[in-house]
Ligand binder design. Structure first.
Ligand code: SF4
Length: 703
């Protein structure tokens, strides 16, 4: 820390980690960021967590890519075999023109020989809105189809599917800060103290002033210490439990008939469906006593203002969309949407997963969730793009694209800032697919596990080195600014994608991210009254925004929903069992997630000196009684085996994990969680079931 005089410059930007979107000041001395301070942004009011405060020095890490790389003709076979000590065996440095020409020529040659669908793209929720927009345009305009996706597919795709289906919009109905106006809140399938730490501070404050917090999770997550009710239900039993709660609300007449009549449809079907879910019938399934379910139902339904927050414990199931449908129904039947202190809030994971999805980086929607199957919608975009039509068929998702590679259809990929060689379920399947590609272009800041398989690697920029807007979980569009130039010859991502586009023959003439933002506004009503100049001036504006001087709507849908007749819909949810259930050979349940210090696949945080020092070693957590049964001391090694593979990893004792479960973070390449996970997906959101696999746990010899 220090005075302003101690630094050469101070730049306002946005934390690059989670979807909370904390505003920060980057303080630079001698060409390096020395200190990060929290600013008074709308989501953080000066607060930061350990990642935002101390997790920035990866941007100066010696592993940063500073020159384009091209795979050597005599390189050994593709595999997860490149590291900072041996990369010259596999790649040679190249000038930008050579690398861009090669990347573009090979992708174009695949299109000319095998058709546009032979090339697919993964963009990134870590990039800006402008970069996400350009990336989806690159695939759609350049290759004529919609096989373009990003990590929302692994995160909240099922929540978005349910929200669009039932309330007509995939974003939150209220900011998390609205909890200040609530008197009851449910947090389910989320661990905000570790994954959205600054949001968690608002949740804790809410309880200090008397708010009733109901936490529901198969793990005893940290917020339980602040909860009036902690429902540690059986993994996978979400629908049974939520339907039982709603059953009580119906049975005891606690629903808001006036709200239901005015703003919803399909209530009678929902009501009839819930008849079979009495708490007494469900308690044996979900593991929560009937009386507790009744008490929670009365508490929630009796609230003046109540909110529901959820995370990937809800979405990452083959019944993830059904889980979200239940939460939506619960809010609708009690009229808890559209007023201060009410609402539905899926806590978005990555810093810009909301914005990247809004910008159309998904296979079924163009920007602003306008469907690709609508001729008028596509025409509106091709008019702005001054180009011909592209496919009206919904594209392939992240996991479907990998299957398509194995099927021999997708032969080339452009991957910007994503790391499927770590993040995909059943990851050996994804790694084999990457190795099979005829041509893989990877654009990133490090030689990631995915870049191991690349033919061309384009060195990109970190958040502190670029301009652009990002949109947080609260629908707040915020301005990021560069504090430093990219290192060496690395470039901003929007500029690299633009160069590639020109080389495959597209008519792109952008000179800056502001040009891209101006184009986005032409077909994105969500950006009405939000301009680049305004964001430069004000730093953040919430969408929807109804006037050039208004801050935007913190709470939406007070007077109806963007659906036919303005009505939200009840969609009844039935119980679907997890795909990979325990048996005699694999008797326990594996669930994966993040931990406070490490972010996603670890490419950034494991190169952050403070974060890596605090949490340096791959680990899993189990109940002490489980470890005792295995004869393993806390800190000893265990072997985890599923139908997909085996890893060895250090085990911690944690009473928050129930005795039949293992919790496994997915940030560690040396014990990659996704070697074990199941690729079965939710039929609507197409999200894999990361939260539930059958696993065998054994003691392993320490090395
Ligand atoms: Fe960054 Fe999220 Fe922490 Fe805020 S809460 S500092 S956005 S990681």
């Amino acid at each position: 820390q220090g005075d302003s005089a101690d630094f050469d410059s101070e730049t306002k930007s946005i934390c690059p980690f989670c979807g909370v979107g904390c505003q920060i000041s980057l303080k630079v001395k001698d060409g390096r960021v020395k200190y990060v301070e929290g600013l008074n942004g709308p989501a953080n009011e000066g607060r930061l967590c350990v990642k935002g405060r101390f997790g920035f020095d990866y941007i100066h890490h010696p592993h940063r890519l500073t020159k384009p790389l091209i795979r050597r003709e005599d390189a050994p076979a593709k595999g997860l075999n490149v590291d900072p000590s041996n990369w010259q065996e596999y790649f040679r440095e190249a000038e930008w023109d050579e690398a861009l020409d090669l990347a573009a020529d090979k992708l174009k040659a695949l299109k000319d020989t095998h058709g546009g669908k032979s090339v697919a793209g993964f963009g990134s929720a870590k990039c800006t809105n402008e970069e996400a927009y350009l990336f989806q345009k690159f695939i759609r305009q350049g290759f004529g189809h919609n096989n373009v996706d990003h990590c929302t597919r692994l995160c909240h795709a099922s929540s978005v599917a349910a929200l669009i289906e039932n309330v007509g919009s995939g974003a939150v109905t209220a900011t998390f800060n609205e909890i200040e106006n609530a008197d009851v809140a449910i947090v389910i399938g989320a661990n905000p103290i570790e994954n959205h730490p600054v949001a968690a501070t608002y949740f804790k404050q809410f309880t200090k002033r008397g708010g009733k917090l109901i936490v529901m999770d198969p793990r005893g997550v940290g917020l339980r210490r602040f909860a009036t009710h902690m429902l540690q239900f059986r993994p996978g039993a979400d629908v049974s439990m939520l339907n039982a709660i709603m059953h009580v609300i119906v049975e005891e007449g606690l629903y808001d008939q006036q709200y239901i009549d005015a703003y919803t449809e399909n209530w009678e079907a929902e009501k009839a469906h819930l008849a079979d879910f009495s708490p007494e019938a469900m308690e044996g399934i979900c593991g929560i006593p009937a009386e507790t379910l009744r008490e929670v139902a009365r508490t929630f339904a009796g609230a003046k203002s109540a909110m529901i927050f959820w995370g990937m414990g809800i979405s990452q199931h083959i019944h993830g969309t059904d889980n979200s449908r239940c939460l939506i129904s619960l809010a609708l039947m009690t009229g808890q949407v559209g007023r201060p202190g009410t609402g539905l809030h899926p806590l978005r994971g990555q810093n810009n997963v909301q914005g990247a999805s809004d910008a159309g980086l998904v296979p079924m929607f163009l920007p602003d969730y306008q469907t690709v199957t609508d001729d008028g919608v596509r025409r509106a975009f091709t008019e702005v793009w001054q180009s011909g039509d592209f496919s009206a068929e919904k594209g392939l998702t992240v996991t479907e694209i990998m299957d398509d590679v194995h099927a021999g259809n997708t032969r080339g990929m452009y991957i910007l800032g994503e790391n499927p060689a770590m993040s995909d379920p059943d990851v050996e399947h994804a790694r084999d697919a990457l190795a099979k590609l005829d041509h893989l272009v990877v654009q990133d800041i490090f030689l990631t596990e995915t870049a191991n398989y690349a033919d061309v690697i384009l060195p990109a920029s970190a958040f502190a080195e670029k301009s652009g807007t990002v949109t947080n979980t609260n629908r707040q569009v915020q301005m990021g600014r560069p504090a430093l130039p990219p290192p060496g010859e690395a470039r901003e991502d929007w500029a690299i994608t633009t160069e590639l586009a020109r080389r495959i023959g597209l008519n792109w003439t952008y000179d800056s991210p502001a040009d891209v933002f101006a184009e986005m506004k032409q077909n994105m009503r969500s950006l009405d009254n939000i301009t680049w100049e305004r964001l430069e001036r004000e730093n953040a504006v919430t969408y929807p925004c109804h006037g050039p001087d208004e801050p935007g709507e913190a709470v939406v849908f007070g007077d109806g929903f963007p659906r036919p007749e303005g009505r939200a819909r009840f969609t009844p949810a039935s119980v679907i069992a997890p795909d990979d259930v325990p048996d005699a050979e694999y008797p326990m349940i594996l669930t994966t997630g993040r931990q406070l210090e490490h972010w996603h696949t670890g490419s950034m945080t494991r190169r952050s000196s403070v974060l890596d020092a605090v949490e340096p070693e791959a680990n899993c957590s189990m109940h002490p009684s489980t470890l005792r049964q295995l004869g393993v001391e806390p800190g000893g090694m265990v072997q985890l085996t599923t139908k997909r593979g085996t890893i060895r990893i250090m085990a911690r004792a944690d009473r928050a994990v129930s005795p039949d479960m293992v919790f496994l973070p997915f940030a560690y390449v040396e014990a990659a969680a996704n070697i074990l996970t199941n690729s079965a997906v939710d039929p609507y959101g197409k999200i894999p079931e990361f939260k539930f696999s059958a696993v065998k746990v054994e003691a392993a010899a320490s090395q």
